[in-house]
Write a protein that binds this ligand. Sequence first.
Ligand code: SAM
Length: 294
Amino acid sequence: MEQPSELKTMDVLKKHGFRFKKKWGQNFLFDKNFLRRMVKGANIKPGDSVVEIGPGAGTLTKALIEEGARVLAIEIDEALIPVLGDVLQGMDAVVVCGDVLKMNIDKLAQEYNLKIPYKIVANLPYYITTPILMNILENEYRFDLLVIMVQWEVAERLTAKPGTKEYGSISLAVNYYTESKILYKVPRHLFTPAPDVDSAVVCFTLRSEPPVEVRCKNFMFKIVKAGFNQRRKTLANSLLLVEPSMDKLKLIKILDEAGIDSQRRGETLSLHEYANLANIWQQHSGTDRLDTKG
Ligand code: SAM
């Protein structure tokens, strides 16, 4: 009788003497149903190009290829490269070894002739979920859909609405670049080894235009960061750090002009309110004197 594919993959890992490494967030998913669900969530069609971050033992990679995708997989652990060589033998996949945070995904996609825009699909290592996500968004890579598995609590923060306890600067950034939604929960016992928390699959669709008009997005995000860094302070106090030479009365005037009560706290403001505030602030201070990289 033929062995189920998850056992085969385990055998390949054993054959190569593989040991799971906590430092790289190695919790692998072998459950075929959940892997298929994730591929379905990414709406994979034959001919799609997919960048996968952290292929591990290649179980998700295989599920993507079986649906007709061409996959470029980026894996940091050298010990997994021969494993992936065996598991993906003869399949339409390219594996690149290295740290995704030190790579330019667009350049790799071009080098390996991926279709642009491509999709990004990943069961992300927990220890660097936010840096990887921010790196993808801020670099404005040419993907159109991002489907990732993350810790449940992180999924809640990424998709949170203003005024909730989960809402943070990352929720705002995600909302600026994408439309996001949690697709479903993934129980911890499905992973090997099992982590201490459940996960969720989250889908992000890149917006063609940001939902707000902002003169300089970097300056807006500077205000956002200040607003969330000192959650217990009112805006009149927490935002003083944005432009240290500005006095409090002027800041209150700017907030007033933006229609925002200076006694509110940063975590209650919507993206529209932050964008409006940034634009009015820049009119007062002069764009050139403030950070205008974006
Ligand atoms: N995709 C596999 C699965 O679903 O079973 C493995 C997912 S596991 C949660 C995360 C994977 O990301 C591991 O294979 C780990 O070695 C890899 N990884 C960790 N940090 C990385 C980084 N900075 N760049 C690329 N891969 C990384």
